[in-house]
Design a protein around this ligand. Structure first.
Ligand code: PEP
Length: 248
């Protein structure tokens, strides 16, 4: 039985004040939540969140990492630095990083490796654009993104990976995939993993992301192969985020 996981991706939205009230708001409602809950904060706020969540069940993640361990990489942040601030998770392969910063599936696989090597759990994002969906290439695109990681790391690496299926056309647009559309891709992903290992396929959490909110979360999470959500906009309001956390 896979546990429901809900992760918030704050993207580049935070201030010391907003982080304080958002985390305090989430913590105040956590006693009714049975899902695992992760907040992925921008780098400068990791330390603040780390202090606020001490002795709670809330977990911390970052939104990106550099593939290198240390050295002359001005402006970059390593997996060890992320761990140093109490984070256990890191998002890799978010569509904004793939499209705005040119991260190929090979780079995403290398980042996944860097995270795992450091003891972090990657939240590996995959998903197709609207054009790719409309031209019938959803499964081919998602397969290419996953196979890059399987080729580099092997199937057993997925013991330490959380997958997030995020159709690009649904991210930040208010256009949520229907439960049927999402379930169909989630099942495809599980079958792709099962081609290499049935055990890994049954164990790996596959979250849905893309305009998930308090109103649609329960219908999505109740699908057989949807194990939770990766939440952008709705993760910035404690009440909305908590409602999603309680939907699992
Ligand atoms: C995301 O950025 O991962 C995301 C799912 O965003 P939103 O919920 O705002 O669509």
């Amino acid at each position: 039985m896979r546990k429901t996981i809900v992760a918030g991706n704050w993207k580049m939205n935070a201030s010391k004040e907003s982080v304080n009230s958002l985390i305090k708001g989430i913590l105040s409602g956590m006693s009714d939540v049975s899902s695992d809950v992760i907040v992925c904060a921008p780098f400068p706020y990791l330390s603040q969140v780390e202090s606020l969540i001490i002795n709670s069940d809330l977990m911390l993640g970052a939104q990106n990492l550099n593939v290198n361990l240390k050295g002359a990489f001005t402006g970059e942040v390593s997996a060890d630095m992320i761990k140093d601030f109490g984070a256990q998770h890191v998002i890799v392969g978010h569509s904004e990083r793939r499209s705005l910063y040119g991260e190929t599936s090979t780079v995403v696989a290398e980042k996944t490796k860097a995270a795992i090597d450091a003891g972090l759990t990657p939240l590996l994002c995959v998903g197709e654009s609207l054009e790719e969906r409309e031209s019938g290439r959803t499964e081919a695109v998602v397969a290419e993104q996953l196979n890059a990681v399987i080729s580099l790391l092997g199937i057993d690496a997925f013991d330490g990976i959380i997958i997030a299926y995020e159709p690009v056309w649904a991210i930040g647009t208010g256009l949520t995939a229907s439960p049927e559309q999402a379930q169909s891709v989630h099942l495809f992903i599980r079958k792709l993993l099962a081609d290499s290992s049935e055990r890994v396929a049954q164990k790996t959490p596959i979250l849905y992301g893309g305009s998930m909110n308090a109103g649609n979360a329960a219908d999505l999470i109740s699908c057989a192969d949807i194990d939770g959500g990766l939440i952008g906009g709705a993760a910035l309001k404690a009440d909305d985020f908590l409602q999603i956390c309680k939907a699992g």
